[in-house]
Design a binder for this molecule. Structure first.
Ligand SMILES: Cc1ncc(COP(=O)(O)O)c(C=O)c1O
Length: 385
């Protein structure tokens, strides 16, 4: 499996993805799923995830920006729909209209430009109106919302209202419970008001993974699922909520990603020697260390110095000393037969043990999301069954 040109590789498990979708569909009933693939499909790789998702019947993908829409378009094989939830401007907006890519509207200026693009291209702009419901990030309210409604009403020949949407400000944490409840109420009230004014969005969509799992009323016509499709919980709270509600004691989600490297060299070090840069690790007995060609430039955080755990020869062991830009050292004293070329698992399983992304994230205080999206694009991704 090892490409000798690279120090590590990422495995993407098709069957894990399939099982996750099966589970999520069983929870969400007939509601359609938009696969959120921003951040290079949360580090998994857009080129790898899109075909797998399409083979599982996904027909709708959500991205953040025009460049992500472009990359996704290249990977799409089954004519799936793309929706831009964030940044699209200038020529990119016209490109989106011309290529039937839908996008959020959260300010009248963008809608005006979309109408101009529709006139120029002869195609209708496909838009989703994003409502301000309490997150105060992007979203329409007050005069700006009225201005957009007037523009849409005036130009049915130039614009199609694909959706009405919003985003919750932290549905993964119970501490935001009231805020989320208020947002749900606000969205429902506004959508009824808009319908009374004659607005007919094709679909309503508000839920990310946490909202869809914890607040069933947010599922509406479509859910935008990011982290859960990759087999990770948005938070421990969401996991516990689902586990206690379903009386489950096994995790229904399966991690899709594994990250593997190999031993580059092995060295014995005497007692009372510092290992690697500076004085971060002083040996208190003779030890054997292996160098692994993965460092912080590959997304293995420097905060994991003296802390990170990896798997080698069926055992769990520790990173020793400082994580360097391109490599790290691990303690292999208890691995008798360790040698150059042996597999080192950074995320994933080997024998009886696993290194989870959450443990990885907890040690560095990073979110799961952050750990994943920091995995560089140039690490080869290999799809396995
Ligand atoms: C607008 C929007 N919808 C959906 C999602 C997907 O969230 P999650 O990965 O938690 O499912 C995100 C991600 O941040 C988002 O910004």
């Amino acid at each position: 499996m090892f490409d000798p040109m690279h120090g590590s590789y990422i495995e993407i498990s098709k069957s894990a993805y399939r099982e996750n979708l099966k589970y999520l569909r069983s929870r969400f009933g007939g509601v359609s799923i938009s696969s959120v693939i921003k951040g290079n499909a949360y580090g998994h790789g857009v080129d790898e995830i899109i075909p797998i998702a399409e083979s599982c019947g996904i027909k709708h993908f959500s991205v953040f920006s025009a460049d992500e829409a472009l990359a996704s378009r290249k990977a799409i094989r089954n004519g799936s729909t793309i929706m831009i939830m964030g940044d699209v401007d200038g020529d990119a907006l016209e490109w989106a209209v011309d290529n039937d890519i839908s996008f959020y509207i959260f300010e009248p200026q963008r809608l005006e430009r979309a109408l101009q693009a529709a006139r120029r291209t002869g195609k209708k702009a496909k838009i989703h109106l994003e409502l301000e419901t309490g997150m105060h990030r992007t979203g329409l309210a007050g005069k700006e919302l009225t201005a957009c409604l007037n523009l849409i009403g005036k130009h049915p020949d130039l614009v199609v209202l694909k959706g009405l949407c919003t985003h919750y400000a932290g549905a993964e944490s119970v501490s935001n419970y009231l805020r989320v409840q208020n947002q749900i109420k606000s969205f429902n009230q506004k959508s009824v008001e808009l319908k009374r004014k004659g607005l007919r969005p094709e679909i309503l969509h508000t839920a990310c993974s946490a909202a869809a799992l914890s607040y069933p009323e947010t599922r509406m016509d479509m859910v935008r699922i990011g982290i859960a499709q990759y087999g990770l919980w948005p938070s421990r709270e969401t996991m516990m909520k689902v586990f206690t509600r379903d009386r489950k004691n096994t995790d229904p989600l399966n991690r899709v990603i594994s990250w593997k490297s190999r031993v580059m060299s092995v060295k014995k070090v005497r007692t009372n020697e510092f290992i690697g840069y500076g004085n971060a690790y002083l040996t208190d007995a003779p030890i054997k260390v292996a160098s692994v060609p993965v460092g912080y430039s590959h997304g293995f955080s420097r905060n994991l110095s003296n802390l990170g755990r990896v798997l080698i020869n069926g055992k769990r062991t520790s990173v020793v000393g400082i994580v360097n830009m391109n490599m790290m050292l691990i303690d292999v004293t208890s691995c008798r037969d360790v040698k150059k070329g042996d597999e080192v698992v950074l995320i994933g399983s080997q024998g009886r043990y696993s290194v989870t992304i959450s443990s990885f994230s907890e040690l560095t205080n990073n979110l799961n999301y952050e750990t994943l999206v920091r995995l560089p694009r140039n690490i080869p991704r290999i799809v396995v069954e």
